[in-house]
Design a protein around this ligand. Structure first.
Ligand SMILES: Cc1cc2nc3c(=O)[nH]c(=O)nc-3n(C[C@H](O)[C@H](O)[C@H](O)COP(=O)(O)OP(=O)(O)OC[C@H]3O[C@@H](n4cnc5c(N)ncnc54)[C@H](O)[C@@H]3O)c2cc1C
Length: 427
């Protein structure tokens, strides 16, 4: 049996301590119930407020202070990987396993970058745009390094601005979206005054950097490590020398835990009602898993979920208007940064698509479904559990992902053995 210290019980348990999770935990705790918040990172903040919260502007500072003052049990450095029975989740820390019991649950598990395979994308120093930013925030020096930033979505601009501040030289930002689509996006932004301010700040931060729409990476080259990138630029190719390629194709919601719990997923996103409740009673979802809409949407959805989880529906309703506006921006992003079909022809026969199991594109072409490819090639069966190659094959071959099975994150054998001993891993 798990000892008593490894068992925790909460009225409201929040998974994910990004903006959505912090807002949910704070608003739920204000009603005086027992609230716990869990995150696999060592500190709170999620992707956008990673590290010290005084570096990330007034919202981060305010919510950081509110969380510190609230009576919320903080369990950081813990990954939730399994639901052995309804109302119980299992979390694994660096060297312990914890049973988390809850009455209501808020899932605020955020998003990750989408990667598309192209020749050379597995070379050292080819990284996700947000991934490189996170490494620099953790101490990787980029002063004097040449970093090509490529892919799609507003994250590219935020990353380029951050890397430049850290002393990197950005020779070019390649955005796969066309000029005309970007122009429509800019006009639509007029309906979101807050975003115009952010856009103008970014424009200032990025002054002098070449920004090229209709452009994407075609191949990365180098011996032991990246040396240059071939980019497609309005139909012509060009080789750009660089030390790093920071490359990501917008964001994908993390919905694996929600799927495991049986929450309905539609169009890739978790389906929720007006109070952010999923199709499973008592399980709420907020932030990027319900739609990629940035910090504002994450914060307002988190607050609604936290309030609704403690039955404060009147207070939650007051935030519906703010959420409606923020959701309009999410729909705008979704439309503007759709992937162009040409990106399907980026991989060559030898390009590795599943980097955990070394499966090349040519071996996947033989198959008609994700399941067949998994069974025959082990694609998606490595440590990332298909988090990277699953969405890539969905785009390349229009394959639909399988149902999710525990553990949703890799767990130590000891943890899995404890699960089997105590409750049985495959209920
Ligand atoms: C790599 C990356 C970099 C980004 N950088 C920026 C940026 O510079 N500027 C910007 O404006 N926006 C950025 N974004 C977008 C930003 O994430 C969102 O705007 C906003 O943070 C969403 O908040 P959230 O609370 O929904 O999710 P997140 O901030 O992503 O928080 C979710 C948290 O849940 C944790 N988690 C997920 N599953 C589990 C689990 N099973 N167990 C335990 N913990 C779990 C995650 O580790 C994460 O800390 C970035 C996104 C990504 C993916």
């Amino acid at each position: 049996m798990m000892d008593k210290d490894s068992q925790r019980r909460f009225d409201v348990l929040v998974i994910g301590a990004g903006p959505a999770g912090i807002a949910a935990a704070v608003r739920a705790a204000e009603s005086g119930v027992r609230v716990g918040i869990v995150d696999d990172n060592a500190t709170c903040g999620g992707q956008v407020w990673r590290g010290a919260d005084d570096e990330h502007g007034p919202d981060a500072a305010t919510w950081g202070t509110r969380l510190r003052k609230a009576d919320v049990t903080q369990l950081f450095g813990m990954t939730v990987f399994h639901q052995p029975e309804t109302g119980v989740l299992l979390g694994e820390g660096t060297d312990d396993l914890c049973e988390l019991r809850y009455t209501s649950l808020v899932l605020a598990t955020g998003a990750r970058e989408r990667f598309l395979p192209f020749p050379g994308w597995t070379l050292p120093n080819v990284m996700g745009a947000g991934g490189l930013q996170a490494m620099v925030k953790s101490g990787l020096p980029v002063r004097g390094k040449r970093v090509v930033v490529a892919g799609t979505g507003p994250l590219l601009l935020a990353v380029a601005a951050y890397l430049r501040k850290q002393g990197a030289e950005i020779p070019v930002i390649c955005e796969q979206v066309s000029w005309s689509r970007l122009a429509r996006f800019s006009v639509a932004l007029l309906g979101h005054p807050g975003k115009i301010g952010q856009g103008l700040r970014l424009k200032k931060d990025l002054a002098g950097i070449l920004f090229v729409p209709n452009s994407w990476p075609m191949a990365a080259h180098g011996g032991q490590v990246l040396e240059s990138v071939t980019i497609s630029r309005s139909g012509k190719t060009e080789v750009v020398a660089c030390d790093y390629l920071a490359c990501g194709f917008h964001l994908l919601p993390n919905v694996e835990l929600q799927s495991l719990l049986g929450c309905q997923i539609g169009g890739g996103y978790v389906q929720v009602d007006d109070f952010q409740q999923t199709s499973v009673k008592g399980v709420f979802c907020a932030g990027e898993p319900t739609g990629i809409g940035g910090v504002e949407l994450a914060l307002v959805e988190g607050q609604i979920a936290g309030l609704a989880a403690v039955g404060a529906t009147k207070a939650a309703q007051k935030l519906f208007g703010e959420r409606r506006r923020a959701r309009r921006f999410a729909r705008l992003l979704d439309r503007a940064f759709r992937l162009r079909p040409e990106l399907r022809s980026l991989p060559s026969a030898e390009t590795i698509v599943c980097r955990c199991e070394d499966v090349p594109y040519s071996r996947l072409q033989e198959h008609r479904s994700w399941r067949a490819a998994k069974l025959q090639t082990r694609c998606g069966m490595g440590p990332c559990q298909g988090r990277i190659c699953g969405p890539a094959t969905q785009f390349l071959f229009q394959w639909n992902p399988d149902s999710v099975r525990p553990p949703v994150f890799p767990a130590h054998v000891e943890s899995l053995a404890t699960v089997v001993r105590n409750i049985g891993v495959s209920q």
